[in-house]
Design a protein around this ligand. Structure first.
Ligand code: TXA
Ligand code: MG
Length: 319
C-alpha cells in the first residue's frame, strides 16, 4: 500500500485513478478515516469486506462530492431530507434514502435503501471530485478499521488497523486528525419523519430545528442493520468500564476538571465535549498500545454530542 501523509493534487489524481481501477483508498474525513472503493465495482466493494473482516450483509455509506450526485443514488427524497441536506452537507451526517437502480445489493446489504454522505474534509472533497471527473459516481467508505474495532482518526491508526490487509496498489491518504472524532449521525429518511439510527455530531435537536418535524432515536431495530445495532462495537482490547474510578495501573479518561486517582494512567483530559469526541478513540487505542487491561471512562453528561459519545462508549464497554 502506498502511504501519503501530505497529499498534492497529483497524489489525489493518482488515488482517484486507483479507485477507478478497483483498488482501495483510505482517506480522511472530518468524522473518522474511511476505507474507500468504487461504489459501482462489486469486486472492489468485496475487498472492503475482506480487508475489514466485516459481515457481507452490512450496508455501506456512499460518499459523493456534492448534492448534484444525490439523485443518482437516492429516489423519492422527502422534503425534510432535502432540508437536512441543504443545511448540514458537506458535514457529519448520513441520510438513508430509498435507493435508485445504481445502488446495488452489494452496497446496501440487500436493503432497498442507501446511505449517502457528503463529507467535509479538503482531502475527501478533492478525492471525490477528481473521482467524479474521471467518471466515478460514488465511493463507499466504511470506517477504516477491522470490524468491531475502534474507528481511526489518524493516518497512523489506519495503517495499524489495515496495513497488513491491503494490496501494493491500494493507497492511504493522510489529512491530520479527524476533528469531529466520531462517526456521522445516520438519519433514516424513508419514513414520515427523520429517525436517528446512529447518534453523532448532528443532534436530534438540530434535526428538529431544521426540519420542523419531530425526530426520534432508534436503538436496536432488528429490521435495520446499522452499526449501532451491534451491542459490541468500537471496542479496544482493554476492558472499558464506565463511571467508576480506576485503580493503580489502570487507564483513565475523563474531562479535564476531574482529577486522576492516584496511580491511574491518564489517557486524556478534554476540556470540552467536542474535544472529548475528538480524542476519545485515540485515547482508547493508547490504552492498547500501553498494554493496559482496563480503561475507566467518566462519561460526559448532557444531550447532543455527549449522547453520541455515550452511545459509542456503551458499545465499547459491552462484553
Ligand atoms: O462518519 C462516517 O459515517 C464514516 C466516514 C468514513 O464517512 N463511515 C462510517 O461507515 O462510519 P461504517 O460503515 O463504519 O458505518 C456506517 C453504518 C454501517 O454500520 C451501516 O449499518 C449503516 O451505516 N448504514 C449504511 N447504509 C445503511 C442503510 N441503507 N440503512 C441503514 N443503515 C445503513
Ligand atoms: Mg465503522
Amino acid at each position: 500500500m502506498e502511504i501519503i501523509s501530505n497529499c498534492t493534487q497529483a497524489d489525489i489524481k493518482k488515488a482517484a485513478k486507483a479507485l477507478k481501477d478497483g483498488y482501495l483508498v483510505a482517506f480522511p474525513t472530518e468524522t473518522v478515516y474511511g476505507l474507500g472503493a468504487d461504489a459501482t465495482n462489486e469486486q472492489a466493494v468485496g475487498r472492503i469486506y475482506s480487508a475489514k473482516g466485516r459481515p457481507s450483509d452490512h450496508p455501506l455509506i456512499v460518499h459523493v462530492s456534492s448534492t448534484h450526485q444525490i439523485n443518482k443514488w437516492g429516489i423519492n427524497i422527502p422534503e425534510f431530507a432535502m432540508k437536512l441536506a441543504t443545511k448540514f452537507w458537506p458535514g457529519p451526517m448520513t441520510l438513508v434514502l430509498e435507493r435508485s437502480e445504481l445502488a446495488k445489493n452489494f452496497v446496501t446489504g440487500n436493503q432497498h435503501t442507501v446511505g449517502l454522505r457528503i463529507p467535509d474534509h479538503p482531502v475527501a472533497t478533492a478525492l471525490l471530485k477528481e473521482f467524479e471527473k474521471i467518471g466515478g459516481l460514488g465511493v463507499v467508505a466504511p470506517s477504516a478499521n477491522r470490524f468491531g474495532a475502534v474507528s481511526p482518526t489518524l493516518l497512523d491508526e489506519v495503517i495499524e488497523e489495515l496495513g497488513g490487509n491491503l494490496f501494493v496498489s491500494d493507497m492511504a491518504l493522510g489529512g491530520g486528525r479527524s476533528v469531529i472524532g466520531i462517526e456521522s449521525t445516520i438519519i433514516d429518511c424513508t419514513r414520515k419523519s427523520p429517525i436517528v439510527l446512529r447518534p453523532g455530531f448532528i443532534s436530534i435537536e438540530m434535526i428538529e430545528e431544521v426540519t420542523g418535524v419531530q425526530s426520534n432515536l432508534i436503538i436496536n431495530d432488528s429490521e435495520i442493520r446499522s452499526s449501532g445495532q451491534f451491542s459490541s462495537h468500537y471496542s479496544p482490547l482493554a476492558t472499558v468500564m464506565l463511571d467508576q474510578l480506576p485503580g493503580a495501573g489502570e487507564g483513565f479518561l475523563a474531562m479535564a476538571n476531574i482529577e486522576t486517582p492516584s496511580g491511574a494512567i491518564r489517557l486524556g483530559s478534554p476540556s470540552s465535549i467536542a474535544e472529548f469526541a475528538s480524542i476519545m478513540y485515540t485515547a482508547l487505542r493508547q490504552a492498547d498500545r500501553l498494554g493496559l487491561e482496563k480503561i475507566h471512562v467518566i462519561q460526559p453528561l448532557g444531550s447532543g454530542l455527549a449522547l453520541a459519545i455515550r452511545d459509542r462508549l456503551k458499545k465499547a464497554a459491552f462484553s
